[in-house]
Design a protein around this ligand. Structure first.
Ligand code: GTP
Ligand code: MG
Length: 396
């Protein structure tokens, strides 16, 4: 019997590794690695060192070059480090080749994200979705994934599996995948019925990169208690609440955050959770404007929305964490007029890009929330009138 193990253990010490491609700057890669370290922290590991290497193409056998790998090995040896995390997806043979040299557990970014999702999954649906994505990820990598799987009842040591064992494992994993697919189909049927019961309400969905403040805004607007914290992927399950602003009701959903290089299988198996996004009428795209890479993050979210076929919807861009942004951008020597001018320019440029559909807020300090409410309400009412022109009032 094969069981998926939790990949990262608590307080485990890790080294992280990233490749620098031709078109990337060193700074960009450092920021990507900041994100990888934050992911590792979310999973419970502590990053003690990071390595980068400039390469035109990843090495087929070991992803990074032999020299760099040796450098990592020397650093690890004699230290209490048990995990090396790569920022890009590795093949099964790359994992096994690298593990042979480093003699510690080797994982990649996708594996780490899947591990976090597995920990965070609460509902039956989320659990099955993550498990499905994990086994799909494992299937082509069985050779290298020895350390990820636990053989229950089999007294086989840490020696890698032989060919026949891999074949058997492959069959077991394939069976698991089809079983999980069936279970997911059943759960999906139930949630489809639930969604159909929502009648003629306009549906609004909060979307955005992970950790931008979606759940905080959800709580603020709906007075509900959705789990929000400074960790990646705090929210995995969609929460939907009925919200009423000045007698204008609509349904507001908080959804799972997106991230750069979200494992493909994860997007696939989270399709039903993300149906909430696909079927919504209006998107609230939340952006953490205090993040140095916020424009990149907007791009990642737009690409993911395209992938989900949920891109062409009326969208309001919510630029959140203005308090932090101002703290980072302005110093005390700057004249107030200059600050106002800079803020005005920022707003104007985004207003232009979003055709007037941007709101700048601080959810934490509750700044500009009235304008946000008003903007959402106008969109909801407009849409409702378009959809139900025979109804004179949108009151319940
Ligand atoms: N400074 C500041 N922090 C904020 C603001 N809004 C949210 N935060 C913080 O940002 C962190 C993430 O907030 P969440 O609401 O959990 O973000 P999320 O987008 O739901 O994140 P995931 O569910 O993990 O994708 C929390 O620590 C919040 O307190 C804000 O306006 N200013
Ligand atoms: Mg959240």
């Amino acid at each position: 019997m094969l069981e998926k193990k939790q990949v990262v253990q608590q307080e485990e010490k890790a080294v992280i590794v990233g490749l620098i491609h031709q078109e990337q700057s060193e700074r960009q890669v450092q920021e990507y690695l900041d994100e990888l370290a934050f992911l590792a922290e979310t999973a419970g590991a502590v990053t003690v060192k990071r390595y980068t290497q400039k390469l035109a193409h990843p090495d087929r056998a070991t992803f990074i070059g032999k020299g760099k790998l040796e450098e990592v090995r020397q650093f690890i040896s004699g230290r209490d480090i048990s995990l090396v995390i790569f920022d890009d997806e590795l093949t099964g043979s790359q994992i096994s080749n690298i593990e042979k040299v480093l003699k510690v557990k080797v994982i990649d970014r996708s594996d780490l994200i899947l591990d976090i999702f597995a920990r965070r999954a609460r509902t039956a649906q989320a659990k099955v979705q993550v498990e499905l994505a994990q086994y799909q990820y494992i299937l082509p990598r069985l050779r290298g994934m020895w350390t990820h799987l636990e053989r229950l009842g089999g007294g086989i040591g840490t020696r890698g599996p032989g060919e026949t064992e891999i074949e058997t494992d492959r069959r077991i994993v394939k069976d698991k995948i089809s079983l999980l697919r069936k279970r997911l189909a059943e759960i999906d049927k139930q949630s489809l019925t639930q969604r159909k019961e929502r009648g003629e309400y306009i549906r609004v969905a909060l979307v955005g990169y992970t950790n931008v403040g979606k759940s905080t805004i959800m709580n603020l607007l709906s007075k509900s208690e959705v789990f929000a914290e400074n960790k990646l992927f705090a929210t995995l399950d969609t929460t939907t609440r009925k919200v009423v602003f000045e007698q204008t009701p609509f349904l507001l959903s908080d959804t799972v955050g997106f991230i750069r290089k979200l494992p493909h299988h994860l997007v696939e198996s989270f399709k039903s959770t993300l149906d909430e996004v696909r079927e919504s009428d209006i998107l609230l795209h939340v952006v953490d404007i205090s993040h140095p890479q916020y424009e990149d993050q907007v791009e990642v979210v737009n690409r993911t929305l395209q992938e989900l076929k949920a891109f062409d919807k009326p969208t309001i861009m919510i630029f959140n964490k203005m308090d932090l942004y101002e703290e980072q951008t302005f110093d005390k020597w700057l004249a107030p007029e200059v600050k106002q001018d800079m803020l005005r320019q920022l707003k104007e440029s985004w207003d232009l890009r979003t055709h007037g559909n941007s709101v700048f807020i601080s959810a934490l300090e509750r700044r500009n929330i009235d304008e946000l409410r008003k903007t959402i309400m106008e969109k909801v009412v407009t849409l409702y009138r378009e959809r139900y022109p025979y109804k004179t009032e949108y009151f319940y």
